[in-house]
Design a protein around this ligand. Structure first.
Ligand SMILES: [Zn+2]
Length: 292
């Protein structure tokens, strides 16, 4: 077995992902409670003892503590190391995805690293939303609203090549600079993402007179749409609806017909957006290829 030439970079990106995952655990735990994400330093939620720096090392800290607080021995949720590992792996996937889009000549250029950073920020917005929605049925404005501004800005800086090309051709904007077209493409994606869920919400409200979908889901899909572009956004909503239906039907069958059970939609939108980010384009190409 040979070690690939980019292994050191991949390792650095992975370790960086673990560290950001550790920070996102703090976001997941504190943002819904309205607490500061900076101070105080990490402490055991049970006995309040500050966590020592060497016990706070992502994944490893959990392993050598045997999943228990060093002081009071209360069990630490395995969700913490899992989030760290998940973010590490997702960051590595971002690195691979962008590396495939750039020729070996352009790898290492400023554009290349900006594209990796853009993808990594998107992941760092999505992961806490999934876990916060799962636990609190809530998609906090402090993440979704700045998310839209961030994603529009990052798309102008680091456009997705396919969205850029598609937007330029659709609107015949041959003379516009890349950043302006990328921004337009992102805005269309945002409107498709947030707008389509808003329409579903309105239709549901008129028909059933109850709110079937939270505003948080709509705000989330605005920034998801801005980042992914309209094609992958449509795919995201499709995958999320499919996942939601499968889980919903399974729960109804296994737990006996209680259709009042609510599962927050963000729990499905988040993983669907990540799937669309990493394999969505290959899927669309394969799907369209079947008709040619
Ligand atoms: Zn403790």
């Amino acid at each position: 077995m040979t070690i690939p030439a980019d292994f050191p970079y991949g390792l650095v990106v992975f370790i960086f992902g673990l560290l950001i995952g550790s920070f996102l655990n703090v976001v997941i735990y504190r943002v819904p409670l309205g607490e500061s994400i900076v101070l105080p330093a990490s402490h055991c939620p049970h006995c309040n003892t500050p966590i020592k720096a060497y016990d706070n090392i992502p994944v490893l800290g959990y392993l050598w503590l045997g999943g228990k607080c060093r002081n009071c021995k209360v069990r630490i949720s395995p969700i913490y190391p899992l989030v760290e590992l998940l973010v590490g792996i997702l960051f590595l996937l971002c690195y691979w995805k962008v590396s495939k889009q750039f020729s070996s000549f352009d790898q290492g250029s400023l554009k290349y690293w900006l594209a990796i950073v853009a993808n990594v920020i998107f992941v760092a917005l999505i992961v806490p939303l999934i876990f916060i929605d799962l636990r609190y049925k809530l998609l906090p404005d402090v993440i979704t609203k700045p998310g839209l501004v961030l994603m529009l800005a990052w798309r102008a800086i680091a456009p997705e090549p396919i969205v850029l090309q598609m937007t330029r051709q659709t609107f015949h904007l041959m003379r516009w600079p890349d950043w302006a077209i990328a921004l337009l493409g992102a805005a269309i994606g945002a409107v498709v993402g947030g707008g389509s869920l808003w329409l579903v919400r309105e239709a549901y409200f008129r028909l059933k007179k109850i709110e079937g979908m939270g505003l948080g889901d709509i705000k989330m899909m605005f920034f998801v749409g801005a980042f992914l572009g309209w094609q992958l956004t449509v795919l995201t909503i499709f995958i999320a609806s499919l996942l939601g239906s499968i889980v919903g039907i399974t729960l109804i069958v296994t737990r006996g017909g209680n259709t009042k059970m609510e599962i927050p939609f963000g729990v499905f939108l988040g993983p669907a957006a990540l799937l669309a980010l990493f394999v969505g384009q290959s899927f669309i190409n394969w799907y369209l290829g079947m008709f040619i």
